[in-house]
Write a protein that binds this ligand. Structure first.
Ligand SMILES: Cc1ncc(COP(=O)(O)O)c(C=O)c1O
Length: 427
């Protein structure tokens, strides 16, 4: 599942002792395993081999250039949601014809940049957005590919903040409206409205919501075909869960075993022979367990109620526990004697908020002391990308290991970075 493991009581990433990296780069830091990244990608690609899909890694989960370049080299495309992500995608070497662009609030400037770059398609979320893209494409004398993002009104049974395919969320277009748009697509001559996109949410552990959504979409495609409207791109989004704690999510092959039979008779069953393109946008399935967050113990504070292990990384570095109550396993980088007693502790950061914790009520060795290292697992997705400089704390470095080597792939920010672009007023 990943390449972080203990050998002789020491945590390793691939063949590199994590403590050795900490000694060289300081703490806190993010650490990614190149091998895990490529293996997770390969699992999905292999499971859907017969359909030969375009797997567009959802770079909002991890947008480090080294992380992206690793996947691009394996054949991945990218799912982007902003002009900034487009800039990163192109800098990481992603072929534009492998880029899909989602998001409810694309600006005119961002749309123009994406058209100029020649991306594969826009996943469009509203009628005014369609009209805007059409107008910009016309001004550039271009015809651009567009998928309509459908809101299929499916409950993905996940955290409400990452539920995106239910009525009442801001995402997508309902089937009825989408049908009308396809029928009247002649009114938007600079758009090739040729795709359907669904992304119903994130951290979805069972296949059932995906199957429900896909069945609705396939019925919709049939209805369109009766009107002689041909769908070329079928984008099933991301959402496949990662293991953070005790979840037992479906594996990629189990997911494929549910999806492939449903599309067997469609043009999406085989990109080469039938010319329909199946697209996925996995984020955390690839990234979450490809990375850990490493932090040092500053103080162990024992109170009458509980123990606090105060570390040098906090919600500014990894906000998921505070934001979603997300569980991340926390382990010492140097294993303590099996016989050592455990203490129930909250692992908390230095930020001035009660919500600043990485984990609560954790069993950790009672011998933990100032300077000891802790590793927070499952931190490769929505970790660094959601990090901030809150409390004026420079963001941590990102490191990638491969075999016996490691490299800093984003340097630690400095105090100078904190004030970049700011100045006292001149009035
Ligand atoms: C449109 C879209 N695609 C893909 C993803 C990736 O989701 P996940 O990381 O759960 O695979 C997201 C996440 O928010 C998304 O909004």
């Amino acid at each position: 599942m990943h390449d972080f493991y203990y050998k002789k009581g020491e945590l390793y990433c691939e063949q590199v002792p994590v403590a050795e990296i900490a000694e060289q780069v300081g703490t806190p830091f993010y650490l990614y395993s190149r091998k895990t990244i490529t293996e997770h990608y390969a699992k999905l690609a292999k499971a859907f081999r017969s359909a030969n899909p375009l797997i567009c890694f959802s770079m909002k989960s991890n947008s480090n250039l080294a992380f992206l370049a690793t996947l691009i080299r394996e054949g991945a495309g990218l799912d982007i949601v902003s002009g900034g992500e487009l800039y990163r995608a192109l800098n990481a070497g992603c072929p534009p014809e492998k880029i899909v662009y989602a998001g409810v609030g694309k600006t005119k400037a961002e749309i123009a940049q994406a058209i100029d770059a020649g991306i594969l398609l826009f996943n469009v979320e509203s009628i005014p957005e369609l009209e805007t893209i059409d107008a910009i494409a016309r001004s550039k004398r271009k015809v651009v590919n567009v998928s309509l993002r459908i809101n299929p009104d499916i409950d993905p049974k996940t955290h409400r903040h990452i539920t995106t395919g239910k009525k009442g969320t801001k995402f997508g277009i309902d089937f009825q409206t989408a049908f009308e748009i396809y029928l009247e697509r002649g009114d938007l001559p600079n758009l090739n409205i040729a795709g359907i996109h669904v992304h119903i949410g994130s951290q979805i552990t069972s296949g059932e919501p995906f199957v429900k959504a896909l069945k609705k979409v396939l019925d919709f495609i049939k209805a369109l075909e009766k009107e002689k409207i041909r769908i070329q791109y079928l984008n099933l989004g991301g959402g496949l869960a990662a293991v953070y704690h005790e979840e037992k999510p479906q594996r990629a092959d189990q997911y494929a075993a549910k999806i492939l039979p449903l599309i067997r008779k469609t043009r999406f069953a085989d990109r080469k022979r039938r010319q329909g393109m199946l697209i996925f946008e996995p984020g955390r399935f690839i990234a979450a367990n490809s990375g850990i967050f490493v932090t040092s113990v500053l103080y162990v504070k024992k109170t009458r109620e509980k123990n606090f292990i105060i570390v040098d990384g906090g919600m500014n570095d990894l906000i998921r526990p505070a934001l979603y109550d997300a569980y991340h396993e926390i382990v010492p980088v140097r294993e303590h004697e099996k016989t050592s007693t455990v203490m129930l502790s909250d692992v908390v950061g230095p930020i001035c908020e009660s919500g600043d914790f990485l984990g609560t009520g954790r069993k950790l060795p009672s011998g933990l002391n100032s300077g000891d290292l802790l590793a927070v697992f499952g931190a490769g997705a929505y970790g660094f990308t959601m990090a901030s400089q809150y409390n004026s704390r420079p963001r941590p470095p990102e490191v990638m290991a491969s075999g016996r080597y490691f490299e800093v792939v984003r340097t630690r920010e400095t105090y100078r970075d904190l004030i970049r672009g700011e100045r006292p007023p001149i009035f």
